[in-house]
Design a protein around this ligand. Structure first.
Ligand code: PLP
Length: 426
């Protein structure tokens, strides 16, 4: 009998034995094609020699040193590299152990920034419905996914939610993308005014919504309008690139394609590519300066901050993405995969939408394609699809629509960047 506490207690998963390229193998020898990189993690595939060597070398040097006492060469190198590659203005890097930690740090930094500046009344966070920012209580409250929040609702802080930018379901007949983006931005501005601008500390969003909507980018111009509103009212823009960042959409940071830079950005998943549990929060020089000029202390820490072995791995991941130009494969391979999906499923009666950017693609599953009717959530379509695909040896990432009935089931695809046309065919 196993003593592991599995996530699904009624269906025990197979035991993984090894990984090679885009495949995982279980102990019976069965191969699984990694169509979603786990949950958009394995951007390099398995067994990347450069990353493995970098981490081994670091383990031989110093595996861990607490940031209460030391910084480390790999942490310094990682911060320098990330800042050199990040959108304009992001200047400091706070290295944590995963995505929820990075987002939790982002929210707390936003609050502390306003406090240090004497704007103590800025307590309100505005985020978007059907978003996911992590599983710890602060960021679970920030996320707007009804199903994930439901069991813990009594424990969650109040966060205000506006509509997501979800053209397939949100755009009204006759409305242009520009008008839709402007309408959503106006909704945010109205909420800011209702709450009182001096009470709002941050607006939080994923540039391309991952787990909860299935690779949904914003319409052109949306984020530029959001940036303007944040600037107008002194509100910090926090972008959650935990899933869509690190090259997944074809640029290292997804927001580059929206033409905006955030005040704070969270990354994780692809940063460690599955080789190390790591995430990072990047913030502007101005935010850092406010802390430095104020208390001089960011009141938030975790034991594994700046973990040297994880940082060495992440530095090697960036070398693979940028210096070895794996990032350059994302847009063309994404276009190939999308074309294959459109060819195979574009006219399928139960596929309502195929969308995404780069190697971050989503299919929305519908009961009625013409009316865009979602499947009844009680049918558990996503779960059945996940099980059927897994049985065939394909790992993909389906999710059920939420209980608020405003979205359908979807399948998320986020394969490693080493994907070839043969894998697409498979
Ligand atoms: N933010 C986004 C957009 C995510 O997709 C996720 C995880 O799926 C998280 C935050 C949380 O990251 P982690 O699971 O590493 O804590």
């Amino acid at each position: 009998m196993s003593h592991v506490f599995p996530r699904h207690t009624r269906s025990l998963p197979p035991v993984v034995a090894r990984g090679e390229g885009v495949y995982l193998y279980d102990t019976t020898g069965k191969a699984y094609l990694g169509g979603s990189g786990g949950a958009a993690v394995s951007c390099l595939g398995h067994g990347d020699a450069k990353v493995v060597a970098a981490m081994k070398a670091q383990l031989d040097t110093v595996a861990f040193a607490h940031t209460g006492f030391f910084t480390s060469e790999p942490a310094e190198r990682l911060a320098d590299r990330l800042v050199s590659l990040a959108p304009e203005g992001l200047d400091r890097v706070y290295v944590v152990a995963g995505g929820s930690e990075a987002m939790e740090a982002a929210i707390k930094l936003a609050r502390q920034y306003h406090l240090e500046k004497g704007e103590t009344g800025r307590v309100n966070i505005i985020a978007r419905r059907q978003s996911y920012h992590g599983n710890t209580l602060g960021v679970l409250a920030t996320g707007g996914n009804a199903w994930r929040r439901a069991p813990f609702a009594p424990l969650l802080i109040d966060v205000h939610h506006v509509s997501p930018c979800y053209a397939y379901r949100g755009m009204e007949p006759g409305e242009t993308e520009e008008q839709y983006g402007a309408r959503l931005a106006a909704e945010l501005e109205t909420m800011v005014q209702e709450l009182g601008p001096e009470t709002v500390m941050a607006f939080v969003a994923e540039p391309v919504v991952g787990a909860t909507l299935g690779a949904v980018p914003a319409v052109p111009g949306y984020f530029r309008r959001i940036r303007e509103i944040c600037d107008r009212y002194g509100i910090l823009l926090i972008l959650d690139e935990v899933m869509c960042g690190m090259g997944r959409t074809g640029t290292l940071f997804a927001c580059e394609q929206d033409g905006v830079a955030p005040d704070i950005c969270a990354i994780a998943k692809g940063l460690g590519a599955g080789y190390a549990p790591i995430g990072a929060m990047l913030c502007s020089a101005g935010i850092y300066a406010a802390i430095e000029a104020g208390s001089g202390f960011f009141q938030h820490g975790h034991t594994y901050l700046g973990h040297p072995t994880s940082c060495a791995g992440a530095c090697a991941v960036l070398e693979r993405l940028v210096d070895d130009r794996l990032l350059d494969r994302v847009a063309p391979m994404g276009a190939t995969l999308r074309a294959a999906l459109v060819d195979r499923f574009g006219r399928h009666a139960n596929v309502g939408d195929i969308r995404g950017r780069g190697l971050f693609l989503g299919l929305e599953l519908v009961a009625d394609r013409d009316r865009r009717t979602a499947f009844d959530p009680s049918r558990g379509i996503a779960g059945k699809l996940k099980a059927a695909a897994f049985a065939e040896g394909l790992i993909c990432y389906p999710m059920s629509g939420t209980i608020d009935g405003q979205q359908g089931d979807h399948v998320l695809l986020a394969p490693p960047f080493i994907l070839t046309e043969d894998h697409v065919g498979e």
